[in-house]
Write a protein that binds this ligand. Structure first.
Ligand SMILES: [Zn+2]
Ligand SMILES: [Zn+2]
Length: 369
């Protein structure tokens, strides 16, 4: 007898979510089915819901790409994860949402598979593809060559693997040096994960510029050396002065990671940077607008390197997993809300609004099953 499971479907941009029942597939060769344990509600999903441009999604769509779950059925030939670990039914895995072809111009000649010309991603496809979003009871890896990693860390930690991999991807592009000082702008999940990865990459001093007390407290717990609360230090010029005073000769920091996803943060972040410093844009995965910069003072005279980072790949996931498996940072504390499928829209509305849900501020909401 065919069994059914539930998934959530967003009907259109700025639309509404509904729950749909689908038959649980028997996996074809090379594919597998997991029972989802947890899926992180990601800022990118909120932007897609709000209709911001920049990310391709085919509506009506089952969203959700930060997926951890247990294997319930393996198709023929599925024996190992991306690290070569043997897998079996009952194992916990994390899905690597972006699937690249490995053979197109971007994958081969440009060596930039994050921009694969034939890319597909979980949480971005039409409901016609079935259980391909993480805000579901099940997920079916029906895209050929889907990557996944087995892990024994609890779902509360494993669910942060995708945002941590985003931070790893950015870190690879700026290549911190031991002893560097960095500013991380934004104390949301990406900002907090970026702090962790920066520390593990040799950055010795981290200044967090953000807002909301709970998030900043967590940044402190994750090892921020200095916190600048923009609700307390309201004047950007003052913030720039504080940052520069923390650096050698007042020149500015070696690295800036923009994880706030606000155009004005990009402009301000450039002012924190020293001559020859590197600026990594990690917060704008959708188009939230433009900001004016001065090509002379902000870039040329500053000899700044401005780097954009997009998505993350299996090697980023593997490096991120090695960090999370150390259990050095209380990443599970980022989860402030565990919600059932029925409350997905509540989480989206709160995250798009004042970030308050059930009387508590959201740092990270997850759908927990
Ligand atoms: Zn995400
Ligand atoms: Zn490709």
């Amino acid at each position: 007898m065919v069994k059914f499971g539930r998934t959530t479907v967003l009907n259109k941009k700025r639309g509404t979510f509904s729950i749909k029942k689908l038959p649980i597939p028997t996996p074809d060769s090379g594919k597998l089915v997991i029972k989802v344990e947890m899926c992180g509600v990601c800022g990118t999903d909120i932007h897609m819901w709000q209709g911001h441009e920049g990310i391709v999604v085919t509506f009506p769509a089952p969203l959700g790409h930060e997926v951890v779950g247990k294997i319930i059925a393996l198709g023929e030939g599925v024996e190992f994860d991306n690290l070569g670990n043997a897998v079996k039914e009952g194992d916990r895995i994390v899905i690597i949402p972006l699937v690249t072809c490995g053979s197109c111009y971007a994958c081969t000649v440009l060596q930039e598979p994050a921009k694969c010309l034939n890319a597909s991603a979980y949480g971005h496809q039409s409901i016609e593809t079935g259980f391909t979003g993480g805000y579901s009871e099940y997920l079916y890896t029906n895209i050929p060559n889907t990557g996944f990693l087995k892990t024994d860390i609890p779902p509360e930690i494993a669910v942060s693997l995708e945002p941590t991999s985003i931070a790893v991807s950015g870190m690879k592009r700026v290549k911190p040096k031991v002893g560097d000082t960095a500013v991380v702008q934004g104390a949301g999940a990406i900002g907090l994960c970026t702090m962790i990865v920066a520390k593990e990459s040799g950055v010795s001093k981290i200044i967090m510029v953000g807002k909301r007390k709970m998030r900043l407290e967590l940044a402190k717990e994750f090892g921020a050396d200095l916190i600048i609360d923009i609700d307390e230090v309201k004047d950007p010029e003052k913030r720039i002065e504080i940052v520069k005073n923390e650096t050698k000769n007042g020149l500015g920091v070696d690295l800036v990671f923009e994880c706030a996803g606000i155009p004005s943060a990009f402009k301000e972040g450039l002012q924190y940077l020293r001559y020859g410093g590197k600026f990594c844009e990690l917060g704008h995965f959708t188009d939230t607008g433009s900001i004016e910069i001065n090509p002379c003072t902000d870039v040329c005279a500053k000899m700044a390197t401005i780097v954009g980072s997009w998505s993350s790949l299996p090697d980023d996931f593997i490096r991120a997993l090695q960090i999370l498996e150390l259990r050095k940072y209380p990443v599970e504390k980022m989860i402030t809300h565990r919600l059932p499928l029925e409350r997905l829209e509540d989480a989206f509305k709160a995250m798009a609004g004042d970030k308050m849900l059930d009387g508590t501020e959201i740092i990270k909401a997850v759908i927990a099953l």
